[in-house]
Design a protein around this ligand. Sequence first.
Ligand SMILES: [Zn+2]
Length: 128
Amino acid sequence: MSRSQWPAEQRQARSRAVQHIVNSPLIRGSLVVMARSCGKEGCHCRQGEKHVSLYLAVRLGGRRRMIYVPSAMEAAVRGWVANAQEVDRLLDFVSQQCLAEFLHQKEEKLGRSSAAGVRKGRPRRKPP
Ligand SMILES: [Zn+2]
């Protein structure tokens, strides 16, 4: 399957993914709003009006971390996270199409239903 043979919607998805990667910062993670008490004597959080802050949940050095996002950077970080999510969505679309193509080619080679070789369940090995 060569470049020009890819269906139009897959070509678009590939090229949009590239544009997102080339043109904008991206961070794979998710944004979480957390409410907490600071513990200070006489603070309004003691009366239940907790401090609400935005955190970025990410993998950092192989570990899950929650990183505080200052409000001045909130818009930027939201954009970076949204960008990564869009790239993931586009890659998943391309991957699903390639998978369908693999099953189709396999069916042609083996001459029987490709469903016969599909097993339910997750692979044992984790992706890198
Ligand atoms: Zn407080």
